[in-house]
Design a protein. Structure first.
Length: 411
């Protein structure tokens, strides 16, 4: 299985939050200037909705930390980095950093990549070892060749068989980025980016909205007997992309151009795998997800499964080698009949699976409507195929706080 190398950051940009002028760095012999910036979220245009309309709220509460990088636009070597809490920037989120090394740089802001508190993995040696990035250990490191960001490893749900070589990963953190090219720092001069407008944070991840119709069907007359609130239930997603990087040269940032079917995201597990009520107004606006048919759901943060270089529209299908495969596990009662005619000797898992054709794009919600059309299977599939008792229909793409992509599947 391939290692996921996710290039993030490089060296340092003096980040003193809230206007602090103190530099605790080591570059005392460098010619230094100052930098000022204003940060906001990228504006989103309203689009047509899918079957559900609920949108997770976006606010500064979504952001734990932001790391700023100033790096050479050709080599990717970081010259300066600082980590700050966006809650400290006042109402307008204006920050000022002093003692910034003189030069002309690419500027990147990356949110929610603290591997100690966010479900994300970071590395300084091309993924050989995984370590938390700080504002000093990234100095003189190169993004996209030494500094990497990836999904964080997790554990497979107990009581289920998975293939040798498969690796479990947690859902991604809510990574945001913002970029500014040709930022010039001059000794003794304040470079004021705030007057030219905000640095706009935009999500680098996607949201997979899984909605499930588990009503009894002609070919699945006992779905109502399946326990969808059991501790052994799960939703897993196969074929995760391999790593993320920052903008450098011809690479526009985001996920890289490969996926690996050994990489499996544990999207949800346990008694709360399948949610049965609409989300709270405190977290979503609007809040409508379930209806009379699709009574189970979960929102899962995933990486996009198309690089920017692929040029995929958000409502297109993913490349065959990058399509996601989804597997659901419910809990069948004793004497439950499976699709192959076998009978459960005791209460045990029942599985459904299928291929999700649609592409998942940055900052897009894609609604995946799963209609269970079969009795299900006794074995957790190692390499899921296109049919497994799920009819899958994907909705139109929706920007966060606006539209949702939809895909319906019979499973």
């Amino acid at each position: 299985m391939k290692k996921v190398f996710i290039s993030l950051l490089s060296l340092a940009l003096l980040f003193s939050a809230c206007g602090s002028d103190e530099d605790t760095g080591t570059g005392t012999n460098k010619k230094n200037g100052e930098l000022k910036a204003k940060i906001s979220f990228d504006a989103i245009a309203q689009k047509a909705t899918s079957l559900s309309t609920a949108i997770p709220k976006t606010s500064w509460d979504n952001v734990n930390e932001i790391q700023m990088f100033l790096y050479d636009k050709t080599s990717g070597e970081v010259a300066f980095s600082r980590i700050f809490d966006p809650q400290d920037g006042g109402a307008e989120k204006i920050f000022k950093w002093t003692n910034v090394p003189e030069g002309t740089y690419e500027l990147a802001l990356v949110a929610n990549i603290n591997s100690n508190i966010d479900p994300i993995a970071t590395s300084l040696d091309y993924g050989v070892n995984w370590i938390k990035l700080d504002q000093y250990n990234v100095e003189n490191k190169k993004i996209n060749s030494e500094i990497f960001i990836d999904l964080k490893k997790s554990a497979f749900p107990a009581g289920h068989d998975f293939e040798n070589g498969d690796v479990a990963y947690a859902p991604t953190s809510e990574v945001f980025t913002a970029y500014k090219s040709d930022v010039t720092i001059v000794e003794g001069v304040l470079t004021d980016l705030a007057t030219a407008g905000e640095l706009k944070l935009r999500r680098e991840i996607s949201l997979m909205r899984v909605r499930i119709d588990k009503t009894d069907k002609e070919d699945a007359p006992k779905l109502s007997d399946v326990d969808f609130a059991h501790a052994k239930n799960f939703i897993v997603i196969h074929n995760m992309p391999v790593g993320m990087g920052l903008k450098l040269g011809s690479f526009a940032g985001g996920v890289y151009a490969s996926s690996d079917d050994d990489r499996i995201m544990i999207g949800a597990e346990g008694t709360g795998t399948f949610k049965t009520a609409n989300p709270a107004a405190a977290d979503y606006n609007p809040v409508q997800i379930i209806d009379t048919e699709f009574t189970l759901w979960n929102d899962i943060r995933v990486l996009p499964n198309a690089s920017r270089a692929e040029g995929k529209a958000s409502d297109a299908d993913a490349t065959a080698s990058r399509k996601y495969y989804i597997v659901l596990a419910g809990w069948a009662p004793k004497d439950y009949e499976y699709a192959d005619g076998s009978i459960a000797p005791v209460a045990q898992p029942v599985y459904w699976f299928g291929t999700i054709n649609g592409v998942f794009s940055p900052n897009i919600i894609r609604e995946v409507n799963l209609t269970i059309t079969s009795k299900g299977y006794t074995d957790n599939p190692y390499n899921p195929e296109k049919t497994g008792g799920l009819n899958i229909k994907v909705g139109s793409p929706e920007d966060w706080n606006t539209n949702i992509e939809r895909e319906d599947h019979n499973i």
